[in-house]
Write a protein that binds this ligand. Structure first.
Ligand code: DX5
Ligand code: ZN
Length: 222
């Protein structure tokens, strides 16, 4: 039986103030978060652009938050080293692009980071199976990646449950992360389904009481 990971809420900087990212980092810290989710988009794998390793490196000396770096890139292999040098704690790559996934996952660890494998809502969950024993985190996307503020996709819940079953059956202990449309209600359903790492952008930064938001999702009713 796998050990249970404590539930973590990772605010997504995508929904922060891009004219003053430090103020958004402080809001995450003050709310009690320990992880910060960085969404890296290339305009190819997803139809949007965000920021690069230079921004992550510029933020790094200003915070102790763990940088949970989500690469939405066609060629993640080219960027894992720059993000590792920029202070990423974990780097997730997607399973969908045509690239040597196993090698890139191993390279992320060699660079001293934890690794993660991410899956889009339209991709069959079976595609994760070959990588489960070599990852620190599985990221089940709960919206089509590219933009914040979308609605949670119900059809992703069975995938979360399947990933949890695999983890239990194989005695593994990777984290199960969900990303997109997570709020107090959908986040609770994700943790019930087996998620232990919740990314929240819009709902976190718009919460009236961010600390209560984090507390509530990190401590679901038994
Ligand atoms: C979407 C990103 C998400 C995004 C989630 O492509 O991967 O991390 O920030 O935003 P919300 O929480 O607003 O759905
Ligand atoms: Zn993300």
């Amino acid at each position: 039986m796998s050990k249970t990971n404590p539930i973590l809420l990772a605010p997504s900087l995508l929904a922060g103030d891009h004219a003053n990212l430090i103020s958004s980092v402080r809001q995450a810290e003050e709310a009690g978060a320990t992880w910060l989710h960085l969404d890296i988009m290339d305009g190819h794998f997803v139809p949007n652009l965000t920021f690069g390793p230079q921004t992550a490196a510029a933020l790094r000396p200003h915070t102790e938050l763990f940088f949970d770096t989500h690469l939405m890139l066609d060629n993640p292999a080219d960027y894992i080293e720059p993000f590792a040098k920029a202070g990423a704690g974990l780097i997730s790559i997607h399973v969908e692009p045509d690239h040597p996934v196993k090698k890139v996952l191993a390279d992320i660890r060699h660079l001293g980071c934890r690794n993660g494998i991410a899956l889009n809502p339209g991709t069959p969950v079976d595609q994760l199976e070959p990588y489960l024993d070599q990852v620190d985190l599985v990221l089940v996307m709960t919206v089509q990646p590219g933009f914040g503020g979308q609605s949670f996709r119900e059809d992703t819940l069975p995938k979360i449950k399947q990933v949890r079953r695999w983890r239990e059956d194989r005695g593994l202990d990777f984290r199960i992360e969900v990303d997109g449309g997570v709020n107090l209600e959908t986040g609770l359903r994700c943790t019930e389904a087996g998620a232990d790492t919740l990314v929240a952008g819009t709902s976190f930064f718009h919460a009236e009481d961010r600390a209560a938001f984090v507390r509530s999702l990190q401590n679901p009713p038994a």
